[in-house]
Structures are given as C-alpha cells and as structure tokens.
Design a protein around this ligand. Structure first.
Ligand SMILES: C[S@@+](CC[C@H](N)C(=O)[O-])C[C@H]1O[C@@H](n2cnc3c(N)ncnc32)[C@H](O)[C@@H]1O
Length: 214
C-alpha cells in the first residue's frame, strides 16, 4: 500500500461521520447519479461495480436501476455508513467490498463500472483504466465523474490528492490507449465551493462514458 492510499484511508475514515451532512456533496452525487441514468442508459439488468462508493450517495441512487451493484471503498468507516443505510432501506442488490482498487481489483466481470469523485485520489490513472477495461464484459461501459482540471484550489493542501482534476483531451487519449471506444464527455454539475478568501468558486464536474468493444 502506498502512502497516498493510507492518507486516503485515514482522511475518509475521519470524514465518514459527517460526509453526508454537506449539501454540496449531496447535490453533486444526485447530479452524477441522474446523469448516469440518462447518459449510459440502464436496462435494469446490469452487473455494476462502483469504486470509491464512499457512504453510497451515488450507489443508492443507481442500484434500483441495475441488476446488482458491487460497491467498493478503501475506507472501512465510509463503508460502515453505507451498511447502515442498506440495513435501513429496502435495497437488496448492493454488496460491499473493502479494499484499494489499485491493489486488489474485485473478481468477476461487469456490464457497468461507475465512480464519482474518486479518480483524482488514485495516482496511476493510465494503469487504472487498463484494470477497468479488463473488468468489463465485452460491450460493457464505464461512467466516471470527476473534476475538470483545476489549479489545485479545490482541495488546497488536503492529503491524498493525486490529481487536480483531469484534462478531457488527455483522459480521452488515455482511455483510447486502454482500448475504450465511443468516449463521450458531459458536464453534469457545477460544484460551488467557498474559498479561504470568502469568495465562492464553481468547479465543473464531468461524466465520461466509454465502452469496451463487443
Ligand atoms: C471524494 S470521496 C467520494 C465518495 C462518493 N463517491 C461520493 O460521491 O460521495 C472518494 C472516495 O474514494 C475512496 N477511495 C480513494 N481511493 C480509493 C482506492 N484506491 N480504492 C477504493 N476506494 C478509494 C475514499 O475512501 C472515498 O470514500
């Protein structure tokens, strides 16, 4: 396990109890889940895999629209929050997995791999995209949401950040190099964030959809 991975585990274990109380995060998760349902779109039968599911704000919104959802996170406390919600809800098709995707990919193949605001925490994006490609069934799709490239002010000096967002053209090239086709970006949300100087800035969030060829 890398220092970056451990920083993320420590940080998200500390944040888990208050994660859902921030309306900015809830609004982003809702926008991403709505966009996944519109842009992918879903048939209700998919074997889906989400990495970096956190407390499950996107997971719980997408799960009713797929056949089965495997939700993975490296933070035990974020997953504990998701477990509480699963136990209190009537959702029966979510299975959770604790682990670091870069170290221990899940077993099996999936029709859909989704993620929201997690790509920027994983250092080697190019290798990760190769891992995701291998985890997909032929014809399977990814739907990944994250920040557009920014100047670093979104996270400031918080630990565990590997990328200050992504350049869409560069990510398109990396997806193509991993074998993905039909790559398509949408701007699905503008996240508003108050800066240290009291001003408010808007950070665009993209959703990229791409497919493994049949
Ligand atoms: C910014 S949070 C987003 C959580 C959730 N997707 C949401 O939108 O509320 C990033 C999540 O990714 C998880 N994470 C970071 N690196 C990871 C990795 N390598 N493997 C699995 N999960 C990871 C963190 O524990 C955290 O829960």
């Amino acid at each position: 396990m890398t220092d970056l991975s451990q920083q993320n585990i420590d940080r998200f274990n500390d944040l888990a109890a208050e994660w859902d109380t921030n309306p900015r995060r809830a609004a982003t998760a809702k926008a991403v889940a709505d966009a996944i349902r519109q842009i992918v779109p879903l048939t209700g039968t998919e074997q889906a895999f989400e990495f970096g599911c956190g407390t499950g704000m996107v997971t719980l919104a997408v799960a009713p629209h797929v056949g089965h959802m495997l939700a993975m996170d490296s933070s035990s406390e974020m997953l504990a929050s998701l477990h509480d919600k699963i136990n209190r809800s009537s959702t029966a098709n979510i299975e959770t997995l604790e682990g670091d995707l870069a170290d221990t990919p899940p077993k099996g193949r999936f029709d859909l791999i989704l993620s929201s605001m997690t790509l920027h925490h994983i250092a080697d994006t190019k290798s990760l995209l190769h891992v995701l490609f291998k985890l997909l069934q032929p014809g399977g799709r990814i739907a990944l949401a994250d920040l557009d490239r920014e100047d670093g002010s979104f996270h400031g000096d918080k630990p565990g950040i590997a990328h200050h967002g992504f350049d869409r053209e560069e990510l398109t090239d990396w997806l193509a190099a991993a074998g993905f086709v039909d790559c398509c970006f949408s701007t699905v949300h503008q996240m508003e964030k108050e800066m240290d100087d009291g001003t408010t800035r808007r950070f665009p969030i993209f959703l990229v959809r791409a497919s493994r060829p049949e």
